[in-house]
Design a protein around this ligand. Structure first.
Ligand code: DSN
Length: 413
């Protein structure tokens, strides 16, 4: 939130925040990993808790003066346990990548094998992409989706028996289908592998009971807190009691230093919001909105990866419409619609100029947009893609987008 102090002391940063606020308010935010936090979450995030060092865990800190910090962190943990049915929770990971890295260091020795999804099939960089440092330390073997765009469990089992991974990793950042956790757990058990799910994208849908929950089934579950869960930018690890000590030791002192307690307080507030009945309606609407987009794009002959969506996102191959993902992203930006260019399975193009765009509904749903708006937005996206070099047309869509956003105000600051 803007304060007088910032405006008076640092007009430059104040003005940049103001411009970003206007961009958020006047645009249609469709990057599926983004969302808008509530004023209560923002208030906790901007609180004086940022002043405190508190290395360690509640009741076992290295510094004095942590009695109220302990209250905050314990509340965050208790609410997360309630939300997901977790045995043990660590709320200190600074974000999703540090959460995943902390798990690898907790449970693996250098050279150990992890079976994770290929990035272009919906996986994530931190699931062992060769450009990451983790891939230099551990042996990541990648599985893919099949021709129908689904996870082929027979193939996953074959690969598990062949490579004998220490960890089988599921949970994705561009995959739009449900995941069969119990069947994957059975495959892992056959090979004595640890099961890990990264639910960063769908945590809010799981918390609301709108997607299957791996937490009671899997050994370790990581997430971010700022996507569908609609909290502050941050990470979290949930695990079975059996792994609690190793995970906690890995996060601190193994990997991180002082936790960001203002951020942990904001997580606690977001978890309280997610425990409210209204959050269930929100999650239902996210999915309903995504289904409408699926329907509208199918009607217009778009090539949807994985055949459609069961969650909050769609991955669309735009090359049959004679443009690349990058060109589509730029055109949509001009039209006031923010999406991200994205690789499609086995993409013949490059990551900086891939074949697809990835888009989703969590942020628009937070603004209160429903089925009718989704139909209109799908029509605008199609119009922008079909006329991607027509600056006048794109500017015209942008004017209409701004008019629509005025009916769904974000923050009254
Ligand atoms: N950057 C996030 C996403 O957009 O999916 C994942 O790290």
């Amino acid at each position: 939130m803007h304060t007088q102090a910032l405006k008076e002391f640092d007009g430059d940063i104040y003005a940049s925040i103001g411009r970003e606020l206007k961009r958020q308010e006047e645009g249609l935010e469709m990057i599926p990993s983004e969302n808008f936090v509530s004023p209560a979450v923002l208030e906790a995030l901007g609180s004086i808790l940022t002043n405190k060092y508190s290395e360690g865990y509640a009741g076992k800190r290295y510094y004095g003066g942590c009695e109220f910090i302990d209250e905050v962190e314990t509340l965050a943990i208790d609410r997360a346990k309630q939300l997901f049915g977790a045995e043990h929770v660590n709320v200190q990971p600074l974000s999703g990548a540090p959460a995943n890295i902390a798990v690898y260091f907790a449970l693996l020795s250098p050279g150990d094998t992890v079976l994770g999804m290929d990035l272009s099939h919906g996986g994530h960089l931190t699931h062992g992409h060769p450009v990451t440092y983790m891939a230099k330390i551990f042996n990541f073997v990648r599985y893919k989706t099949n021709a129908e765009g689904l996870i082929d469990l027979d193939n996953l089992r074959q690969m598990t028996l062949e490579h004998k991974p220490k960890i089988i990793l599921v949970g994705y950042s561009a995959y739009s289908r449900e995941i069969e956790y119990a069947k994957i757990k059975a495959i892992a058990d056959e090979a004595g592998a640890i099961t890990m799910a990264d639910i960063a994208h769908i945590a809010g849908l799981i918390a609301a009971g709108e997607m299957s929950n791996p937490v009671p089934i899997f050994d370790v579950v990581t997430t971010t807190t700022h996507k569908t869960l609609r909290g502050p930018r941050g990470g979290m690890i949930m695990c079975k009691e059996k792994f609690a000590k190793a995970i906690d030791k890995s996060v601190f002192p193994g990997f991180q230093g002082g936790p960001h307690e203002n951020n942990i307080a904001a997580k606690a507030v977001a978890f309280k919001e997610a425990l409210e009945p209204a959050f269930k309606d929100y999650a239902k609407q996210i999915k309903a909105n995504a289904k409408i987009l699926e329907e509208e794009f199918k009607k217009r002959d778009y090539k949807l990866c994985f055949g459609g969506t069961d969650n909050h996102l769609l991955l669309i191959d735009v090359t049959p419409k004679n443009l690349s993902g990058k060109e589509a992203q730029i055109a949509l930006d001009k039209a006031g619609i923010t999406v991200n260019k994205n690789m499609i399975p086995d993409d013949p193009r490059s990551p900086m100029d891939p074949s697809g765009i990835r888009l989703g509904t969590p942020a628009l749903t937070t603004r209160g947009m429903k089925e009718n708006e989704m139909r209109q937005i799908a029509a605008w996206i199609d119009e922008a893609i079909m006329n991607w070099q027509d600056e006048t047309k794109l500017a015209d869509i942008r004017r209409q987008v701004i008019e629509l956003t005025k009916k769904f105000p974000l923050y009254s600051i």
